[in-house]
Design a protein around this ligand. Sequence first.
Ligand SMILES: [Zn+2]
Length: 342
Amino acid sequence: MTQESTGRGEWTRPGLFEVAPGVHRIPLPLPNDGLRAVNVYVLQGEDGLVLIDSGWAIPEARETLVTGLDGLGSSLDDVRRFLVTHVHRDHYQQAVTLRQELGMRVALGAGERDSLEVLREPGRRPLQQQVGALRTLGATALADFVEDHLKDAQIDELEWALPDDWLTEGEVPVGERVLDVVATPGHTRGHVVFYDVAGSLLFAGDHVLPTITPSIGFEPVLSPDPLGDFLGSLAKVRARPDARLLPAHGPVTDSVHARVDELIAHHGARLDEVEKGVRAGATTAFEVAGELRWTRRERKLADLDPFNQMLAIAETAAHLELLVAQGRISVEAGSEPRRYGG
Ligand SMILES: [Zn+2]
């Protein structure tokens, strides 16, 4: 067992880390270096282990998980259940892949059902709905580029298998612990977090991340106001007693409240910038995204890779829709691409 240590990027170091009494963190590698790793949390259940999130189904992630469990004197055969915070590959895919072989149960938030049904449609091309949305947001050239790039990509049917259980709000007993399932739509419509109230722990998935902000407004079946949903879910978490933050990406930190306050402030400032972009004459989400600066390094939209450009434009649209809902800007009814005005 290793001591948890701090330092930027340090959290991705492979190992088994006890982050609270009886709770272990195993960071698993991802195939792309953007997020670098995903944390899987191991809990002792009644008759075996319960894992929160599962990792991306790549051989390196499986090996790292096996090595981590070995440190607890356990193996994959001891895993009874995966509780998954949301449908994204880095959280869900390895659970359904291992289930195929080992038969453990997989649970996912009920709000993910619509997106998962779309992901399972035969003949669907990867990101098909998101590319369609890009056109509505005024990013035609980028949509063409991504569509062309993905035209021969295959979808692996297994990875979008259905869960065994759809989670709704309520309590899930895990051994001596009780986890409170809280619906936190925003990053995805069916995102859930798990509160260990007695232990003052929040298994936050991607809802509250300590060093980055989760993407908003980028999923096959969109909510009409994804940012409004996300901010509502942050307020929901903020209204509960403070807890230790156990995120899916990044190090464990002491206070959920402290980070939620930062995220709310970040989006408040971002809303002001987006409104300013519209008042300066940008009319589509694509144009407004071009006025903003992205990532900690303040990069221009055109300097991001195509995938991150998609995320940036989707996120800008989410801010625009909330500004419309708040009455701060207007939208031209029926316009295609969708046009906003001051
Ligand atoms: Zn994630």
